[in-house]
Ligand binder design. Structure first.
Ligand SMILES: Cc1cc2nc3c(=O)[nH]c(=O)nc-3n(C[C@H](O)[C@H](O)[C@H](O)COP(=O)(O)O)c2cc1C
Ligand code: SF4
Ligand code: SF4
Length: 255
């Protein structure tokens, strides 16, 4: 079974790649589970449990971490092989450590963990790279995914990797960044909006509602996944200074 969370397609792409390479065709979107408030998952008879998610703020995306913490994973056999794959723009920080701890509280050992560097979707802070640079990153990610697939298919363990981000930076991020990311104050929509409703449909936190055919952000519980912003077909959604930084959707993924 492969669980993935993805806003702009990188982690979805990895999940689909792994599914093909390991013939594990049970792929479940955590975005859907979160959106629909599903809290129980049955792992009966599963050989492997893969969790594939983006890095936010040098850690496992906080919405994913909170959700996995509250998820009841039923019937994971003693022999289940579990792995994590963390996509990121440059540094996956403590994603592995956080997932290891969450799974261990559920009696599941994390056998293997991997980081895959892919184009960064954090346009609230960083400008998009040029198309050639992004294509090069995607090619390199494919090479990495081939290596990862072989390790996972053979159910090999990987050594635990230490987080090299300074503790003070981890602390400051949790204290200041996440609370501000959860707030919806900076969102806006411009006149290009056609009222298609996609943003409402794909928001995993159910905080976007269409009023008079325009999105309204109803409360401060944003996952900061930026799905609404990147995937709006008219690029009508803005948050802070993000307009000048471009938009991104993984070109090899169908949503
Ligand atoms: C709120 C936020 C925080 C992020 N923080 C990091 C980070 O700390 N390190 C990093 O390398 N990439 C970071 N990124 C980039 C994403 O991890 C990366 O683009 C990821 O592949 C997106 O996955 P998706 O396309 O499956 O949604 C961040 C992105 C967002 C939206
Ligand atoms: S996805 Fe874009 S175009 Fe569609 S309703 Fe939302 S803002 Fe408007
Ligand atoms: S409002 Fe946009 S960025 Fe926030 S959780 Fe919903 S889709 Fe993600």
């Amino acid at each position: 079974m492969i669980l993935y969370f993805s806003a702009t397609g990188n982690s979805k792409y990895c999940a689909e790649f792994l599914a093909k390479a390991t013939s594990d065709n049970k792929i479940i979107s955590l975005n859907d589970l979160i959106k629909n408030n599903v809290r129980v998952l049955d792992c009966e008879g599963e050989e492997r449990l893969g969790i594939i998610a983006p890095t936010y703020d040098f850690d496992l995306a906080y919405t994913v971490a909170d959700f996995l913490e509250s998820l009841e994973i039923k019937n994971p056999g003693k022999e289940i092989y579990s792995y994590g794959i963390f996509t990121c723009g440059s540094n996956s920080g403590n994603t592995e450590g956080t997932l290891r701890e969450i799974l261990s509280r559920k009696g599941i050992r994390l056998n293997a963990a991997f980081t895959v560097i892919m184009p960064d979707n954090y346009v609230l802070m960083f400008k998009q790279k040029n198309p050639e640079a992004k294509n090069k990153m995607l090619d390199e990610a494919d090479e990495k995914l081939k290596e990862i697939s072989e390790i996972i298919a053979a159910k090999k363990d990987t050594p635990a990797r230490k987080n090299k981000i300074p503790k003070i930076l981890m602390w400051a991020t949790k204290k200041f960044m996440i609370p501000s990311q959860k707030k919806v104050k900076g969102f806006s929509v411009n006149e290009n909006c056609i009222g298609c409703g996609l943003c409402e449909k794909i928001c995993p936190m159910n905080i976007i509602k269409l009023e008079n055919n325009r999105p309204v952000w109803t409360h401060d519980n944003c996952a900061c996944c930026l799905a609404c912003l990147h995937r709006c077909p008219k690029q009508a959604i803005n948050r802070g200074k993000s307009f000048k930084n471009g938009r991104y959707i993984n070109p090899n993924v169908d949503f």
